[in-house]
Design a protein around this ligand. Sequence first.
Ligand code: FES
Length: 75
Amino acid sequence: MYVCNCNGITEKEVDEAVRSGAERWDDVHTYFDCAPCCGKCECDIAEAICKSRLAPETKTEAEPLFGTPALGMAT
Ligand code: FES
């Protein structure tokens, strides 16, 4: 879902920006090398940043699928 229509930034892309250190709505624009135009997305991006900060615990639970050695493969 788009959170910034002027620049085509999605919630998923906000997650990416937050993981790279974005802390404020204008940091997200800077991360994608663009600038806020109308400013209508400030609240939506701020909310998406909050969601992203709360989500890492859920995301780390799913990561072992690729990081865990298969049973019987240990040396
Ligand atoms: S919707 Fe993001 S700057 Fe306009």
